[in-house]
Write a protein that binds this ligand. Structure first.
Ligand SMILES: Cc1cc2nc3c(=O)[nH]c(=O)nc-3n(C[C@H](O)[C@H](O)[C@H](O)COP(=O)(O)O)c2cc1C
Length: 181
């Protein structure tokens, strides 16, 4: 039996009907049983403030612990105004501090972006890559997944397009290989 892999999942959208959540759920449903998924809840995190570094903020402790303990983090996110959503940047910042205690150093990070638009939230993905690089994370280089015209792959809150399913299945397999490397 394979050893358990702990995968933390961050969904960059706070929206109930988020298309990124649908893709995240599809991808995680394709992972083998030994990959345990734990979502990092980002919606109610107070906006990061360096003054808090000397205080105990339970929600901060919780997300820092989740990310530190995870073997890898999967980020599935939309793009807001050509970059990553503020709530995603907030959790990245929270887990990068206090100075010297970053949860991101050497952390394996995989990334998927999705948008109804033609560019698949690619700028958001590229910006997340840039941020994670500055934090010395090990970002999964390939395949790069920017799901464009993403609503066309969905029906009734599910990934209905066989082509997209195949593509995401391949990504799920490569994700497991990446985490196991
Ligand atoms: C504040 C805001 C800014 C947006 N900016 C972009 C953008 O720069 N590029 C893009 O492709 N879509 C943009 N969108 C549209 C989102 O891609 C779309 O709302 C998508 O459904 C968001 O993903 P979600 O369903 O997972 O929340 C923006 C949406 C909002 C609310």
């Amino acid at each position: 039996m394979s050893q358990t892999i702990n995968l933390a999942l961050i969904i960059g959208s706070l929206r109930k009907a988020s298309i990124n959540r649908v893709f995240a759920e599809y991808i995680t449903s394709q992972l083998p049983e030994h990959v345990k998924i734990e979502e990092v809840a980002i919606a109610d995190l107070p906006l990061y403030n360096q003054d808090y570094d000397n205080q105990t903020i339970e929600s901060y402790d919780q997300v820092r612990k989740q990310i530190k303990q995870a073997d890898a983090v999967l980020i599935v996110t939309p793009e807001h105004n050509r970059t990553l959503p503020a709530a995603l940047k907030n959790v990245i910042d929270i887990a990068s501090r206090p100075h010297g205690e970053s949860a991101w150093a050497n952390k394996k990070v995989a990334l998927v972006t999705a948008s109804p638009g033609s560019y698949g939230a690619r700028d958001s993905g590229l910006d997340v890559r840039k941020v994670m690089q500055s934090l010395a994370s090990q970002v999964m280089i390939a395949p790069e997944i920017y799901l464009s015209r993403a609503t066309e792959s969905l029906d009734d809150g599910q990934v209905s397009s066989e082509r997209t399913q195949k593509y995401l299945n391949k990504f799920a397999n490569e994700l497991v290989d990446f985490i196991g490397e």
